[in-house]
Design a protein around this ligand. Structure first.
Ligand code: AMP
Length: 197
């Protein structure tokens, strides 16, 4: 199973990915997690992108394309993967197409999570409060100002990808503002019917 999860921040891509990983024995490739990891490790890349992430801006296409291109070559991707948070621009989508072609990898589907902006803002406030309540760190880009910026970035630069993937006959839309269980069920049903064909 080789999937892209497309959707705004807070739409549930990461949480829903985790369920499928166990079920299908595939890996989650989250460019956001990879970048945060390099920041935590204080690698040269981490030092370079730290400010960009904290301000809610997008890292350059060149950087993320390289990260994904290298990551997809690793053995653990051979059973399948979910790309979460990549591609985020049309140019990344075009680069990904090329990377997949070079590595003889066929994408199965792009699942787009459709969620209302108001709901996303509520969710992110709850996510921060929950983390605080449980003594966990709150993501520095999960405050309202930066989150709104990330949402604007999404609707300006990433949303056009749904048309791109519609034309490629890969897009499947999911109502992401339903409950976690309902969204999970919708994805499961889609994948089951997909696997049958
Ligand atoms: P995420 O965890 O997916 O919400 O990503 C967190 C942050 O990492 C984003 O706000 C961007 O600054 C950066 N980032 C993650 N993926 C990408 C990408 N595909 N292109 C550019 N920047 C990205």
């Amino acid at each position: 199973m080789r999937l892209i999860f497309l959707g705004p921040p807070g739409s549930g891509k990461g949480t829903q990915s985790k369920i499928l990983l166990e079920k299908f024995g595939i890996v989650q490739l989250s460019t956001g997690d990879m970048l945060r990891e390099s920041i935590a490790q204080k690698t040269p890349l981490g030092l370079e992108v730290q400010k960009i992430l904290s301000e809610g801006n997008l890292v350059s296409d060149e950087i993320v394309n390289n990260i994904v291109s290298e990551r997809l070559k690793k053995e653990d991707c051979s059973k399948g993967f979910i790309l979460d948070g990549f591609p985020r621009t049309l140019s990344q989508a075009v680069a990904l197409k090329e990377i997949l072609k070079e590595n003889n990898i066929q994408l199965d589907a792009v699942i787009e999570f459709l969620v209302d902006k108001e709901i996303l803002l509520n969710r992110i406030q709850n996510r921060a409060q929950e983390a605080l309540k449980n003594g966990l760190p709150v993501r520095s880009d999960d405050n309202e100002e930066i989150f709104t910026k990330r949402l604007d970035e999404y609707f300006e630069k990433t949303k056009p990808l749904s048309d791109f993937y519609k034309k490629e006959n890969l897009l499947h839309e999911i109502k992401g503002d339903n409950s976690f269980e309902e969204v999970s069920k919708d994805i499961e049903n889609f994948l089951a019917s997909f696997l049958k064909h």
